[in-house]
Design a protein around this ligand. Structure first.
Ligand code: KG4
Ligand code: ZN
Length: 345
């Protein structure tokens, strides 16, 4: 069973082929970072236009790379949401049309389900049930994951997502977009302890997050930052505050669920300091950690092909309409096959 996956929810065009018996067969990614860099963030209209230019050539490219013909495919998965509506519509219309032309089922995948299942593309994958930390540009949440589509949200951000906090802080520090990797690089030369920023909501019980107050504290410190070393010190203190908060909430979540596996995915899971700290937590609690490989932490087609494969394999398929949902809560997902046609906007 081979599934084509198409991801166009934001600023990366990702296309991949997942093969049930041989694993990932091909994947391609076209980044739009250069297009959006001069604006300091993603410009939705420019994102849609670039997906239109890139998506179909990348589909043809992965089929050629893997030596696979459309007749060999069992289905086409595309990201149905959440994300930028124009960008989503490009991948959804393309994926649905290709599936129709090739006479195979199409499936609209939830972007965060793609991230959540991405560590399953690695050798020695996690097994259900597990606790998951999803940290991306749009979401920060902890979930008790019992199976495909069986997600109980344990806590989430009440305001900014962790990735969004990195991006906004990077902007305040005059760094480019995306902010996460830029802050991490600058933080490496920062001295620990010169600044201390709040660890939001750590003093309260519960598993929710809040990152907007942290951003305000950083902006006050930046007002006094005249030299490069001070900016690096601020970046370091900011990264430590975010990582500390995420790690502390993972500890609480694991204590609450009693699971012995923690899956960490989404763009911020590429963060080195976060990975190191979670590895230490894993040793301490005797819990196994699962991360996607760094290139699959951020958006990619492989995770969409894989999540689509899992749902198609379970018998789910979609009516001829297609779904593009800019807002779509992961908690609203159901187990495969329960609601077979998830169409509409
Ligand atoms: O998962 P993703 O590619 O897109 C969304 O679904 O949002 O995540 C992108 C986010 C951005 O906010 C970016 O700054 C952040 O992930 N990010 C990082 C790192 N790499 C990407 N944040 C911290 N450290 C990183 N190394
Ligand atoms: Zn993402």
């Amino acid at each position: 069973m081979i599934v084509l996956g198409i991801e166009t929810s934001c600023d990366d065009t990702g296309v991949a082929l997942y093969d049930a018996s041989r694993g990932l067969r091909a994947h391609q990614l076209s980044s739009q970072v250069e297009i959006h860099a001069e604006y300091g963030g993603v410009v939705p209209e420019l994102a849609s236009r670039d997906h239109i230019r890139k998506a179909l050539p990348l589909v043809i490219r992965v089929l050629e790379d893997a030596g696979i013909r459309p007749a060999d495919l069992a289905g086409v998965a595309y990201t149905a949401g959440p994300g930028l509506i124009g960008a989503l519509l490009v991948g959804a219309a393309l994926g649905r049309s290709l599936a129709y032309a090739w006479g195979v089922p199409a499936i609209g995948v939830h972007h965060m389900e793609g991230h959540l299942l991405s560590p399953m593309l690695e050798p020695d994958p996690p097994a259900f049930p597990f606790t998951a930390l999803l940290v991306s540009g749009g979401h920060t949440l902890l979930a008790d994951v019992r199976g495909i589509g069986d997600y109980r949200i344990l806590g989430e951000s009440l305001d900014d997502a962790a990735g969004e906090a990195f991006d906004k802080t990077a902007k305040l520090l005059g760094l480019g977009y995306p902010g996460g990797p830029a802050i991490s690089r600058l933080a490496e030369t920062g001295h620990p302890g010169r600044f201390t920023f709040p660890r939001p909501m750590l003093d309260r019980p519960g598993l929710d997050f809040s990152f907007s107050g942290l951003k305000t504290a950083v902006s006050l410190a930046i007002d006094t930052a005249r030299d490069e070393q001070t900016r690096a010190d601020i970046a370091r203190a900011f990264e430590e505050a975010v990582v500390d908060t995420l790690v502390a909430k993972c500890r609480r979540a694991l204590q609450q669920t009693g699971h012995d596996q923690l899956v960490v995915a989404g763009g911020v899971s590429a963060n080195r300091r976060l990975r190191d700290r979670l590895d230490r937590l894993s040793d301490e609690l005797r819990v196994r950690m699962y991360f996607p490989r760094p290139e699959f932490c951020t958006d990619n087609g492989a995770m969409i092909a894989y999540a689509g494969y899992r749902r198609l394999r379970a018998g789910e398929s979609e009516a001829l309409g297609f779904a593009a949902r800019p807002r779509w809560a992961i908690a609203d997902l159901t187990e495969p096959g329960v609601t077979p046609a998830r169409s509409g906007t």
